[in-house]
Design a binder for this molecule. Sequence first.
Ligand SMILES: Cc1ncc(COP(=O)(O)O)c(C=O)c1O
Length: 362
Amino acid sequence: MKITLKQSMNELTPYEPGRPIEAVKEQYGLTEVIKLASNENPYGVSEKVSEFLAAPKMTQIYPDGHAATIRKAVSEHLQVDEDQLLFGAGSDEVILFLCRAMLGPGTNSVMATPSFSQYKHNATVEGSEVIEVPVTAEGDHDLERMLAAINEETRIVWVCNPNNPTGNYINDEEFVSFLERVPENVLVVSDEAYLEYVEASDYPSTLPLLDRFSNLLLLRTFSKMYGLANLRLGFAVGQADFIRQVEPIRPPFNTTTFAQEAAIRALSDQAFVQSCFEKNKVERDRLRTFFEDKGYYVFPSQTNFLLVDLKKNGNDVFQALMQKGIIIRSGVPLGFPSCIRVSLGTKEENDQFISAFEDVIV
Ligand SMILES: Cc1ncc(COP(=O)(O)O)c(C=O)c1O
């Protein structure tokens, strides 16, 4: 091939998503497969969303790229101004926008490792240096070392709270103390994809912190608790000035009317959110106890997944479970080779996971 891609593309490895259910069914000749691999909502969506999606829609008309209706709904829900919001096809796309707008050769961004893969991936595409600071043995962000890693060329510090793949969270005091010491010209991205699952009372309330720290930006998503992963809608909340400067990066029709309208309905059904929160918590405690009773270390998750150290190669356990129709994630590509990451399913799904796990781990 004579076509040349930019140099930074040579350094990329493709994102390894959870295996699709249909592919696993076909490969192993299974009729029933459970996917506990991508931290989705096993309880589906609010009925308000499913009713909306069932009716025919005007697919031939371009969506409102400005996303005015969901913008208004989110601004009212969070009590922020409409111009403080930037919408993307998932928060993945917002991460891409930030990297495209802010990073390039001669710059760097600081992040924890292991953490969510897309910060590094998108920074690398832009030819920007990636400074990775290992999490502690317990899986916490090492905020002191992250602060020490910031230098003249740093443009962004990524904080994943709670962190994927560990599920650990940074508390209020630690986060404020960190923000107080990050230079004002460095953007702090607080990725809060799993915020709705957090139970800890000292998890930071970051919205009020936006008034105090002009370099803070929050990432939220409709993919997890709201059950809209397939429709792709996430957003950033930050300073209006900053959002206005990044906005031109956004493709004109990046989010669909389906996603915007479904998200409005999802947001309006907080009873559904509450019920999923409670069911997730019960299952999280139950699965944690199951693993701990067997003597395994479970990272202290505040999310809808558990990272468990089995002291075995995660790929082997992943393969063995997949043959039994249960898709989880091996810790190998996530940076924890002796672990597995299991998304919490419904009670029935978790029961099936437990029974398959008992067969596999002998
Ligand atoms: C920490 C974190 N941030 C962002 C995302 C991206 O979510 P989405 O693009 O679906 O909004 C994920 C998805 O797994 C995640 O775990």
